[in-house]
Design a protein around this ligand. Structure first.
Ligand code: NAP
Length: 294
């Protein structure tokens, strides 16, 4: 870590609630040190009722920008001056740039999802896909699928049916797509929907540390060798869902690549400098092993 900080040091923050387990401070501070940039990145636990005050603080104290995480990615929008195209369509922001007093919101999760799925583009295009979840990340997944991958049909499976319907209505209008189907998350009923999907994406918090034994389904028949299963969760690196799907021959991908790619894009927006991704992944993996053994 840096020896000292001086009057010119720029501050970047992360706001969320809770915030304790985030890897972003490690990723960003390590990269800034590696690239010899005079920045520091700090995490702030900000409850929802303090979002407006937090934005005033960004402006008053001249922070360069922020990352925004759960549960604020949607609620933060009304406190910003401008949105990028993808943040506006998705309806969620995970990165803010303080552009000389104007707060501009971006969604770099979308870039992380694109980077993760692009190796499978040929398989996804023209196929049936299933997305579990209807929150901010599910919206970033749907944006990517429609903008870059052109699936034939998208199933949205969510615990709260109303939220899935709202998502479908929004994207039908914003991106002019009408091949959506919505289902409630109820594993015995979802087998047919999942087993006929070429891509299955988990964009829920189910299976995330510490509830690592949970899964959106443990029904083996949901999976097969002709599928890609992408779980956005990065802790644990291999979720219960990924274990079940892999045992049935599916190709599985976790959320680590997305985590690094979204961080790299945010870093670039604040500093104009490219993140050396492979070096950071190597360092982060060591950090995760070390911090989970403490
Ligand atoms: P969110 O907006 O809060 O949405 C959460 C989703 O999970 C909703 O669909 C919610 O369903 C569902 N859910 C939560 N608890 C549930 C339960 N007990 N049973 C059934 N469904 C449940 O969160 P988000 O920002 O989209 O994040 C979703 C996941 O993506 C998280 O695991 C997060 O860690 C991961 N993520 C990863 C990265 C990365 O870089 N790899 C980046 C962002 C997010 P309801 O609508 O019914 O509440």
């Amino acid at each position: 870590m840096k020896d000292s900080f001086f009057a010119n040091t720029e501050l970047i923050g992360l706001i969320g609630h809770p915030i304790k387990h985030s890897y972003s401070p490690f990723i960003q501070n390590y990269t800034m040190e590696l690239m010899k940039l005079d920045y520091i990145y700090l995490a702030f636990d900000v409850p929802s009722e303090n979002l407006k005050n937090a934005m005033n603080a960004v402006l008053a104290l001249g922070l360069k920008g922020l990352n925004v995480t759960l549960p604020h990615k949607e609620k933060i929008i009304k406190h910003l001056d401008e949105l990028s195209e993808e943040a506006s369509i998705i309806g969620a922001v995970n990165t803010i740039v303080n552009d000389h007093g104007k707060l501009v919101g971006y969604n770099t999760d979308a870039y992380g999802i694109y980077e993760t799925l692009v190796p499978f583009k040929d398989k996804i295009t023209g196929s049936k896909v299933s997305v579990i979840g209807a929150g901010g990340s599910a919206r970033a997944v749907i944006f990517n699928l429609l903008r870059h991958f052109k699936p034939e049909e998208i199933n949205i499976i969510n615990r709260t049916h109303q939220r899935a319907d709202t998502l479908v209505n929004d994207f039908s209008v914003k991106m002019r797509y009408d091949a959506f189907h919505t289902f409630e998350l109820f594993p015995p009923d979802n087998v047919g929907t999942l087993s006929t999907s070429k891509l299955i994406v988990n964009a829920t918090t189910i299976g995330m540390f510490p509830a690592v034994e949970d899964s959106i389904t443990d029904i083996d028949e949901s999976f097969n060798e002709d599928q890609i299963v992408f779980d956005l969760i990065y802790n644990p690196a291999k979720t219960k869902l990924m274990e079940t799907a892999e045992a049935q021959g599916a190709k599985v991908v976790g959320g680590m690549q997305m985590l690094i790619s979204q961080a790299a894009k945010s870093f670039e927006l604040w500093t104009g400098v490219e993140m050396p991704i492979s070096e950071i992944i190597e360092k982060l993996e060591k950090y995760i092993i070390k911090s989970s053994s403490l």
